[in-house]
Design a protein around this ligand. Structure first.
Ligand code: SF4
Length: 182
């Protein structure tokens, strides 16, 4: 049976290892790495390199998009003091999902999604609402999900540990970096 294609926005390798594996049961997954929120650039390069390992392991095509943090900083500047899960995050989600929709359109893929809802720090209702609105704008479909369900986050942590993947200790942007204890 031919599986339907889907473009999945990937935020990091540990989450991708679990969620893409899950999606592959039903879909022909193409991954997109578009994360201009990640700071500094060395951290971005490290997360991208780990995402490549997952793509090779799970045998899916990975589209590596541009790294344009300047635009991201401009968009979120006003909300730099917001806590995680606040308005800055909504803008960050919307910007990355907008780009994912455009890439899906370019690649002729009618369906897209993001794996971000696996994180306990990400509100799936917000992600799904933004995804729906973005899909409507481009005449596409968005796969709504909450991948943290069914113990999703812990499974992703376990799996990525077994695989020896780097797991970051902050979401990605400069504002989400927490002071490291001495
Ligand atoms: S905390 Fe994470 S989701 Fe929120 S703005 Fe920063 S990188 Fe984006």
């Amino acid at each position: 049976m031919n599986k339907s294609p889907i473009l999945a926005h990937l935020c990091c390798a540990p989450d991708a290892l679990y969620v893409v594996g899950l999606l592959q049961a039903e879909y022909e997954v193409v991954g997109l790495f578009y994360n201009p929120n990640i700071h500094p650039e060395e951290e971005y390069r490290l997360r991208l390199a780990e995402a490549r390992k997952v793509a090779e392991h799970l045998q899916f095509k990975l589209i590596e998009d541009i790294y344009d943090p300047e635009t991201w900083f401009r968009l979120t500047e006003k909300f730099k003091s917001e806590p995680e899960k606040g308005r800055r995050c909504n803008i960050c989600f919307a910007w990355r999902l907008e780009r994912t929709a455009r890439k899906a359109l370019e690649a002729g893929l009618p369906l897209f999604t993001t794996i971000m809802s696996v994180s306990p720090w990400k509100n799936s209702a917000v992600l799904n609402r933004i995804g729906r609105m973005t899909a409507r704008k481009y005449g596409l479909k968005f796969l709504e999900a909450d991948f943290k369900k069914k113990d999703g986050f812990n499974r992703s942590v376990r799996l990525s540990r077994e695989f020896g993947l780097y797991r970051q200790n902050y979401c990605g942007c400069l504002y989400s970096r927490r002071p490291v204890s001495p």
